[in-house]
Design a protein around this ligand. Structure first.
Ligand code: AMP
Length: 385
């Protein structure tokens, strides 16, 4: 199919690279992963260059064999991305990556684009932390500006008495990653928009997704989110503004807090996203396929929903697959990783035509897998409809 881009290079060989490769096979694509972990899970069936993102020899070996580069990991050093861009097309472009890597740059962009955010202040010292808490108010959260993900590199400050503990926990990061303090949002729900933009500027979003996190890590997603059309339209508008401002190419996710009728932007993930995994079975074209279509400069596919989907994340270890495999519309994804505490090792998607059918599938697997706490919030939400 693709006579221009036949080999897609992916920086990072985790589950996102693995799912990109799976979805790229029907497009006739080949893949090459760059990762410094010999057991990176994509390497089970994708050839790999073993090396660090800053290792010029590895980068040279990688770039020589690919036609276009993309990312499974957003914290690739900006210099490496820029080095690659001088040699081969890189999507998304390194500038988008640089903005999304830094919570301060990201929130500044949101504000410039008229997208509401929780109050935020840059923190450089213990004294500036106290001043920042005064500005954003209590409770608030201190986060590392860079290299934080899945709730890591965060400290909640409930009262002024927590400031010393927060500084002891993260103060040493002030010079390395930078720090930011932001107001704690007492949200009703968390939502995400997964969007895609092509090199020629064509833009689409999948239907809004509703997400539940446990300890800062995604636990479950429901799509389409059960929210008003107005709210969804606002979310899509924000996503489009950001994609255009960054001249973005590929798939990205915008994470949002929803409080009443207001949406506040939390962060932009410049890659395919965990909250979009349901699109593999629950949409006409998955986020993985559309990311590749954008990257190889081909027309985008329809992002329309096919029924109603719930994605359940498997953290640390996989449960028994059989209850998922035996329920109608149940789909299993094992990332081929060794179990480790806090690690994303797989997910399941339940896709049904109606909310009623999805409720019954969720109840069944929730009981059989002893996972009722994980599915309870999704069931509670579905029961409102
Ligand atoms: P993040 O790494 O910024 O995506 O944060 C991970 C999770 O922590 C989010 O999905 C929320 O559940 C929670 N969280 C992060 N920032 C805030 C905030 N400002 N207010 C309330 N909850 C937050």
């Amino acid at each position: 199919m693709s006579d221009t881009f036949t080999t897609v290079g992916i920086l990072g060989g985790g589950q996102l690279a693995r799912m990109l490769a799976i979805s790229g096979a029907p497009l006739g694509l080949r893949f090459l992963v760059l990762d410094n972990a010999p057991d990176a899970c994509a390497s089970q069936f994708v050839p790999m260059v073993l090396g660090d993102y800053t290792d010029e020899k590895a980068l040279e070996d990688f770039v020589r064999q690919i036609d276009v580069a993309t990312f499974d990991f957003e914290n690739v050093p900006a210099e490496s991305a820029a080095w690659l861009m001088e040699r081969k097309p890189v999507y998304p472009k390194p500038r988008a990556l640089a903005v999304a890597q830094d919570r301060l740059a990201e929130k500044t962009l949101f504000t410039e684009q008229g997208i509401p955010v929780p109050p935020f202040v840059d923190v450089t010292s213990r004294e500036s932390l106290i001043a920042a808490v005064d500005v954003v108010g209590l409770p608030c959260i201190m986060k590392t500006r860079r290299l934080g993900y899945d709730g890591k590199g965060q400290f909640r400050i409930k009262s002024l008495a927590d400031v010393d503990a927060a500084w002891s926990a993260l103060g040493a990061q002030a010079d390395r990653t930078g720090l930011i303090v932001e107001g704690f949002v007492d949200f009703d729900r968390e939502l995400s928009v997964v969007g895609v933009r092509s090199a020629s500027g064509e833009f689409r979003t999948w239907p809004l997704t509703e997400n539940w996190h446990v300890d800062g890590v995604l636990s479950a997603s429901l799509a389409p989110a059960l929210v008003s059309d107005e709210l969804a339209t606002t979310a899509y508008k924000y996503a489009r503004k950001l994609a255009e401002a960054l001249d973005y190419v590929g798939v990205f996710a915008l994470e949002l807090f929803c409080k009443g009728d207001t949406l506040l932007a939390n962060e932009l993930a410049p890659r395919v996203h965990n909250s979009g995994h349901w699109t593999i079975e629950g949409a006409e074209t998955s986020q993985f396929e559309n990311h590749l279509r954008a990257v190889i400069e081909r027309p985008l596919g329809s992002t329309a929903c096919v029924g109603v989907s719930c994605m359940l994340n498997w953290i640390s270890e996989l449960p028994d697959a059989n209850p998922i495999l035996s329920v109608p519309g149940g789909h299993w994804h094992d990332y081929g990783k060794i179990s480790r505490s806090g690690r994303k090792v797989g997910h399941a998607t339940l896709r049904r035509d109606t909310v009623r059918e999805l409720v019954s599938a969720l109840e069944q697997v929730g009981v059989e897998l002893n996972r009722m706490p994980q599915v309870a919030s999704v069931l509670a939400r579905l029961s409102e409809y």
